[in-house]
Design a protein around this ligand. Sequence first.
Ligand SMILES: *[C@@H]1O[C@H](CO)[C@@H](O)[C@H](O)[C@H]1NC(C)=O
Ligand SMILES: *[C@@H]1O[C@H](CO)[C@@H](O)[C@H](O)[C@H]1NC(C)=O
Length: 192
Amino acid sequence: MGKVAIVVMLITLAVAKPIVHSKIEEPKEVDEWFHKVRLGLAAEKVTKLHFYFHDIQSGKNPTAMRVAQSSFTDKSPTLFGLVNMVDDPLTEGPELTSKEVGRAQGLYGLAGLEELSLLMTLNYVFTSGEYNGSTLSILGRNPVWHPVREMPIVGGSGVFRLARGVATAKTYSFNVTTGNAVVEYNVLVIHY
Ligand SMILES: *[C@@H]1O[C@H](CO)[C@@H](O)[C@H](O)[C@H]1NC(C)=O
Ligand SMILES: *[C@@H]1O[C@H](CO)[C@@H](O)[C@H](O)[C@H]1NC(C)=O
């Protein structure tokens, strides 16, 4: 790298600052935003999120529903092949009645033959406050009986455009009769 390039880079770093953008923008605005990021004119931000995920499989208002299974699922101790489509509430506190901050929409599939583990392919869409309308995409392995599970955040939209990060999940409660689970999430994301 030449001296000029280094100087340009230092100036760029010095002026890098958060770029404020509204959640839903026209393609032209997204294009401008993207170029600013590419030129190093946007500072990286770290955002920490904490919420509870409610996987409600039974009762009057289930939010997780079985959409597929394999011919082997019923014989499998790990429910291999079962797929649930969910629109699960995300709340501030562990009670379902606490303030809703978003929804977890997507699919999880039982992907372990020997250990019960989920393939999580979910979008977390936030529905209140400064993140309202923005999403984070999770794609990862969730061995649900482990005390802590770590899953990658592979992207996002709105405030979380170009996000990358890590989610850790800990089961708060699980009812073996109903299959309903409450899971505590701590999420760390880098975005602009
Ligand atoms: C979130 O955004 C939607 C759509 O723009 C809006 O209808 C809703 O009132 C907002 N919710 C909150 C809590 O701000
Ligand atoms: C599990 O759910 C059933 C049915 O709603 C309820 O009767 C039972 O008390 C729950 N068990 C626990 C440990 O919360």
